[in-house]
Each structure stands twice: as structure tokens, then as C-alpha cells.
Design a binder for this molecule. Structure first.
Ligand code: G6P
Length: 608
């Protein structure tokens, strides 16, 4: 979703802004622009399309000189992705220049008010309202104007603003949309996310909601909306630039698929000691766990698939009722939350607007909130009662892989912890299961060797218009993820069905040669899914069966067989997802798709 960068220092701003925007490309965008100030004048260059289009346009106009600037990648919400709607936007007679992430909910009433006051709008965006509104309030004091704007608008925003009569200063603020300040020496930076500034500094302020930052080259001051100076700890980034670079891989997704053994190992190992699970971040006592009436899990996208998986596992291992909701549904359905219920929130970015709203809904109804988050100090992490971090490192490809796997690892840890607390996990069994868990990274290493086989499979099916995924129980949950991976990056229509539900509709879509991925790894459900495999086979489907080494007999009924090693049934999702990710990856590559930045999608969805 939209990305913001800003620079104030002694170097030429333009290349630093472009470089920063490139580091934020993963967030997903459809237009880009920068504004650079020099001698009390701010010039804007912006265009629809990719950053390379912006670079071409900059070259055409002979570049922008100046040492202060702001930049933006836009993911269209209000108004199509056009040059005019791209940011930065001008306010007033042009003296204000602004970039914005988020949505201004009361923009129509504000626009009407400003139009009556003589302001002329050129774009269809809600953002232009902010630029004019800032101008309306600006009487020479940037902080005053910002506070007034923040008190007037409703919605979510991260904004960065330049005023022509305040050369060398950027003012920025956030509410419900991420923003960080990078602290340099004689230069300071602004960005939606850390990778954009990491080349220049490891020291940052992670702005919180309703905080304002005023940046000059030698100083950064933070304020609240009462104009009090806010003191904040400097956050020192410990991970390396390489973690956010491709390091020789063709795509981030390919690199991140390969990083899964490490992500799982790093997530599990600090929380397993001598064969016993210990999650120090989880403050729930055994007594509280025993008294949980229901676990409410909320998430979006792939994180919701982890939640679907978690439901089966928690109920199986701890016998605690569990409900998994799409965050966008949960927040508006007035969920019933009773005393003792807990809410588990799953999010890679920790910024997903619907997930955050669902968290707030659960909290307001008295549930204790435990989050599983990848991005340290993100809003969801900060607002949760307990946060268990996934140790996946920065994930850049829009389609999640390693964060998904690390989330599953946390689910297993929680399931063991809950199971132990309710008295269903004898010590010996805990030792066996933690041992199995610690084998997952090497089993995944082995699965990564299936690349050639899966590439061949992708060649065979690359021309398909539809691909179906079927499975039961945990295999159904992972089918959902396999199907999403395929459609989001290759644009091939795909659906996942609970295998038992197939004959209630979907089976009518099966034709001669339709590829059907049948995930049949759960022992107790194998025979049942085999029945469904036979049903689709009888109707002409081309069946690709994903089974464990135990169930090799499926080859009689399937056109292709992919085998994963044996582990405890509840941990199989971690192995099953790997071939599905690799298959989706090669399907997308063979179709010439932009694997890391699929069309219309965003990595961090900060609007509802
Ligand atoms: C976007 C991403 C998905 C992700 C979902 C939830 O749609 O493309 O990969 O699963 O958001 O994001 P979160 O950061 O909350 O896990």
C-alpha cells in the first residue's frame, strides 16, 4: 500500500527519495512521485506506473535539484491511478506540498467547505483535501496548522508536508498508518518502513498514532497533538540491509521461500528448552488458560489461513473451542465475547487496518489480546496485551511465504502450551512433539530440493485457466493458502474447496484436463479424500496429489504425486505449503508475471 519517503540534509534529495521509494515498492503501488524544494520553491514530478516511469520523467525534465524533498508511491483508493491523482499534491496556491497514506473519511464535507472558500481541486483524491486544509490553517506556524488539520480530519493517515516559506523543514504526522523517522548525521529521513532508510542509518523513531515530527537536517522534534514535546526512545535496527535485498535470487519470493527453514528455526528455538515449550512473552497463567471459554482468532489473507489451521490444532490439542474470523467480518458483526475469552491476532505487517480494528473490537469487549506479529513495534504489536514475534526477518514479496511459515510455528508453540496447561500433554509427549518441531527446518530443506520437479509440473499446467485445490481438515486450510498463492501471483483462476463439499457445486466445473491439487496428508482423513480424488478423476480431472511418504499408494489414482516427509499430523501444514508455494512461484514466472509485486495488490493493507 502507499509508501512515503522524505529527506532533509546536504545531499541531493532526488536520488535518495527514488532509492527509498524503490525499497518500498514491495508495499504495492500504481503511481509514484517526488517533490524537491530549492530556493523557496517546490517542484513536483509524478506519474502513473512504476518507479522506472518516474525516473524517465525526471530525466526528461532534467532532474530536480535541492536537498529537501518528499516522495510517494500510491496505491489508488479515491480516483484511478493517473498522473493527476498521483502524489505529491499541492495545497493553496502551490505553497504547500503534501504526500499522504491512508483515507480521509470526511473528505467530501471538507472539500465542500474548502471549495466554498475558493480552493480549486484538480484531482479526484481525498488527499488533495489535506493539502488545501493545511494551507487553510497555515498562518506561518507548521505545528499549529498540523494540529488543526489533525483535529479536523477523520480517517487514517501518515502525511509529510513541505511549505515553501519554511525551506529545510519537513513536518509529518501519523494516525493508523505507519511512519518512521531515520536519524542521520547532518541529515534526517522519513519513511513508511525501515528498509527505505537502512542504507543511511540504523537509528529510528517509530512514530506512534497522533504524533507529529518536525525534521530539519540537524534536528528532529516530536510533538503530541497538544503541541507538547514528546521524548521517545531511539529504535536501533539490528537486522542487515541484505535481509531486505535479493542477494542473487531472481525474486524476493524465491529468496523468502528458501529462507523458511531459518525463519521457523529462529521462531521455535528460543521458545523450546530441553524439550519443553516456554513462551515468556505469553503472560497467561495455567489457570487463565484452563478458564478460556473460547479462542477468537482474527486475521486477513494468508494470516487468516494460519488462523484456520490454528483452529483445528488448538481444538485438537487443547480441546478449547476456537473460532477463526476474517478481521473485516469480525469487526462489524458485534462478536460475542465472554469473560475469559482470548483473542489471537495474526499479522505479518502488524499494520493491517481491518486486523487492527478487530483487535480493538475484541479488547473493548474485554478479551485479552495475544498477537503473532512479524514487524517489531508495529501498531498491532504495540496494542496487544502480549505479542509473540515471528522471527522471519523483513518480508518483501507481496505474497507471503516465510512469515506464513513462522506464524504456523508460533501456532504450534501456543497449541503445546495450551495443551500442557489443560493437562492434555504429558511430559514425554511434549518432548516427542518438540523434537518433531525442531526437525521441520531440515525437512523443509529437503522439500526445497523438489524445485525441478515442481518447475516441470508448472510447465505442464501453465496454460490452465482454472486450478482447484481440495483437502479436508488441516489439508483444507493449506489448500486455501495454496490456491491463494497461485491466483495472487500468476492470475490463474483458482479455488480451494473442502473436499467433502465438492459435490455440492464445484464438481460441475471439473472438465477433461482440469488440474486439481488434492492435499491428502492427514492420516485419519486420507481414505475420505481418496474418495474425492476418485470422483474428480472420474470426471476427467488431472489430479496432482500431495501426500506423505506413508500414502504413496495414491499414485494409482493420481496423475502426479508430490510427497512430503512424515511428521506429527498437526505440523504437516508447514511441510505441505512448501511445494504449493514453489508451484505457484514457477507458474507466475513462466507466465511472465511480476512475481514480487502482483497487480492491484499491496503488502501492507492499511485501509479497510
Ligand atoms: C495482504 C498481503 C497478504 C497478507 C494480508 C494480511 O493482502 O498481500 O500476503 O496475508 O495482507 O497482512 P498481514 O500483514 O496482516 O499479515
Amino acid at each position: 500500500m502507499c509508501g512515503i519517503v522524505g529527506y532533509v540534509g546536504e545531499n541531493s534529495a532526488s536520488p535518495i527519495l527514488i532509492d527509498g521509494l524503490k525499497k518500498l515498492e514491495y508495499r504495492g503501488y500504481d503511481s509514484a512521485g517526488i517533490a524537491v524544494s530549492e530556493n523557496g520553491k517546490t517542484d513536483v514530478v509524478k506519474t502513473k506506473g512504476r518507479i522506472k516511469n518516474l525516473e524517465e520523467k525526471l530525466e526528461e525534465v532534467g532532474g530536480l535539484s535541492g536537498t529537501v524533498g518528499i516522495g510517494h508511491t500510491r496505491w489508488a483508493t479515491h480516483g484511478a491511478p493517473t498522473d493527476v491523482n498521483a502524489h505529491p499534491h499541492k495545497g493553496g496556491n502551490g505553497r504547500i506540498t503534501l504526500v499522504h497514506n491512508g483515507i480521509i473519511e470526511n473528505y467530501i464535507e471538507l472539500k465542500t467547505m474548502l471549495q466554498k472558500g475558493g480552493y480549486v481541486f484538480v484531482s479526484e483524491t481525498d488527499t488533495e483535501v489535506l493539502a488545501h486544509l493545511f494551507d487553510y490553517y497555515y498562518k506561518g506556524d507548521l505545528l499549529d496548522a498540523m494540529v488543526n488539520v489533525m483535529k479536523t480530519v477523520r480517517g487514517s493517515y501518515a502525511v509529510a508536508i513541505l511549505a515553501d516559506d519554511k525551506p529545510g523543514t519537513i513536518i509529518a504526522a501519523r494516525k493508523d498508518s505507519p511512519l518512521i523517522v531515520g536519524l542521520g548525521d547532518g541529515e534526517n529521513f522519513l519513511a513508511s518502513d525501515i528498509p527505505a532508510v537502512l542504507k543511511y542509518t540504523r537509528d529510528c523513531y517509530l512514530l506512534e498514532d497522533n504524533q507529529i515530527a518536525v525534521l530539519t537536517k540537524d534536528n528532529v522534534t516530536l510533538y503530541d497533538t497538544d503541541k507538547n514535546v514528546v521524548k521517545k526512545d531511539v529504535y536501533h535496527v539490528t537486522w542487515d540491509v541484505e535481509a531486505a535485498e535479493k542477494c542473487g535470487y531472481e525474486h524476493f519470493m524465491q529468496k523468502e521461500i528458501a529462507e523458511q527453514p531459518k525463519a521457523i528455526h529462529d521462531t521455535l528455538s528460543p521458545r523450546i528448552k530441553d524439550g519443553r515449550v516456554s513462551i515468556p512473552e505469553l503472560t497467561l497463567t495455567d489457570e487463565e488458560i484452563k478458564n478460556i471459554g473460547k479462542i477468537h482468532i482474527v486475521a486477513c489473507g494468508s494470516a487468516w489461513h494460519v488462523g484456520m489451521t490454528a483452529k483445528y490444532i488448538f481444538e485438537d490439542m487443547a480441546r478449547i473451542p476456537c473460532e477463526t474470523d476474517l478481521a473485516s467480518e469480525f469487526r462489524y458483526r458485534d462478536p460475542i465475547i465472554k469473560k475469559g475469552d482470548i483473542c489471537i491476532v495474526i499479522s505479518q505487517s502488524g499494520e493491517t487496518a481491518d486486523t487492527l480494528a478487530a483487535l480493538r473490537e475484541a479488547k473493548s469487549k474485554g478479551a485479552k489480546v495475544i498477537s503473532i506479529v512479524n514487524v517489531v513495534a508495529s501498531t498491532i504489536a504495540r496494542e496487544s496485551d502480549d505479542v509473540i514475534y515471528t522471527m522471519a526477518g523483513p518480508e518483501i514479496a507481496v505474497a507471503t511465504t516465510k512469515a506464513f511459515s513462522a506464524q504456523l510455528a508460533v501456532v504450534y508453540l501456543l497449541a503445546l502450551r495450551f495443551s500442557k496447561a489443560v493437562g492434555l500433554l504429558p511430559e514425554e509427549r511434549e518432548k516427542e512433539l518438540t523434537k518433531e518441531l525442531m526437525c521441520l527446518p531440515s525437512q523443509i530443506e529437503d522439500l526445497l530440493n523438489l524445485t525441478d520437479e515442481l518447475k516441470t509440473l508448472a510447465h505442464k499446467y501453465v496454460g490452465s485457466d482454472d486450478v482447484f485445490f481440495i483437502g479436508r481438515g488441516l489439508d483444507y486450510a493449506i489448500s486455501l493458502e495454496g490456491s491463494l498463492k497461485l491466483k495472487e501471483i500468476s492470475y490463474i483462476h483458482s479455488e480451494a474447496y473442502a473436499a467433502g463439499e465438492l459435490k455440492h457445486g464445484t464438481i460441475s466445473l471439473i472438465e477433461e484436463g482440469t488440474p486439481v491439487f488434492a492435499v491428502a496428508t492427514q492420516d485419519k482423513l486420507f481414505e475420505k479424500t481418496l474418495g474425492n480424488i476418485k470422483e474428480v478423476k472420474a470426471r476427467g480431472a488431472s489430479v496432482i496429489a500431495l501426500v506423505t511418504d506413508k500414502h504413496a499408494s495414491v499414485s494409482e489414482f493420481a496423475d502426479e504425486v508430490i510427497r512430503v516427509p512424515v511428521t506429527d499430523g498437526n505440523f504437516l501444514p508447514s511441510l505441505n505449503v512448501i511445494p504449493l508455494q514453489i508451484f505457484a512461484y514457477y507458474m507466475a514466472v513462466l507466465r511472465g508475471c511480476d512475481v514480487d509485486k502482483p497487480r492491484n495488490l499491496a503488502k501492507s493493507v492499511t485501509v479497510e
